[in-house]
Design a protein around this ligand. Structure first.
Ligand code: SF4
Length: 220
């Protein structure tokens, strides 16, 4: 209930003028394939199991993915890579994620991002990251059972370090690297973006290994 109340507050946020303008412009102009959709075009709340042991932390909503559907990694190539992997790992009840009413349920996993509004070019500014950190602090503060923080990409990793109060120099980003924290682990992976998965920088086998590593760190 506390997460739901937070999300109700979050979706009304208009703190970042540039992102508010962009998310709404994209929602008006739309991609031709989604012409019949009413885009979400608001901040995208986290999604998943409130009792999660694994927190997956992305960068920001995709303009025509979660900015359209209103759920993280839903409706674009990133989600088409991430959710089948979660399904293979036994962390999701189905491999597909197309819209909020599609029946997808995550088991032990919660997904959110460093910035909750779609940024132009997938590049939020430092000021926008700082502005959205308050939502991260409040949202992650309501997840009391996280044992592994999985950062997708360098920027998400740095945002997580900020949340955890850890210095960047002591915790550099590297794919597959894990850090022991006081009561949890911090694990790094390349982002599941189309750019990374289509070029082979991140393969399904590599990401399966990351999820297996997360389970091992959690003692599962
Ligand atoms: Fe608000 Fe975060 Fe969206 Fe900025 S990016 S408008 S802080 S929800």
């Amino acid at each position: 209930m506390r997460l739901e109340a937070l999300h109700n507050e979050l979706v009304a946020c208009r703190r970042c003028a540039r992102l508010v303008a962009w998310r709404e412009q994209v929602g008006q102009e739309k991609r031709a394939a989604y012409r019949s959709w009413v885009y979400w075009a608001r901040p995208v709340p986290g999604f998943g199991d409130p009792e999660a042991w694994l927190l997956i932390f992305g960068l920001a909503p995709g303009a025509h993915g979660s900015n359209r559907t209103g759920r993280p990694f839903t409706g674009d190539a990133s989600g088409d890579f991430l959710y089948p992997a979660l399904y293979r790992a036994g962390l999701a009840n189905q491999p597909s994620s197309t819209h909020p009413g599609d029946g997808l349920v995550l088991r032990g996993v919660y997904i959110t991002a460093a910035v909750r509004c779609a940024p132009p070019g997938n590049r939020p500014t430092a000021e926008e990251l700082a502005a959205c950190a308050e939502w991260t602090r409040r949202e992650l503060g309501l997840l009391g059972r996280v044992r592994v923080y999985l950062a997708l990409g360098r920027i998400a990793h740095q945002a997580l370090l900020g949340y955890l109060g850890l210095p960047r120099a002591a915790y550099p980003f590297a794919h597959g690297r894990a850090y022991r924290l006081k009561e949890a682990f911090l694990l790094c992976s390349y982002h599941v973006s189309r750019q990374n998965t289509q070029t082979g920088r991140l393969t399904a086998a590599m990401f399966d290994q990351v999820l297996a590593q997360a389970k091992a760190l959690a003692g599962l």
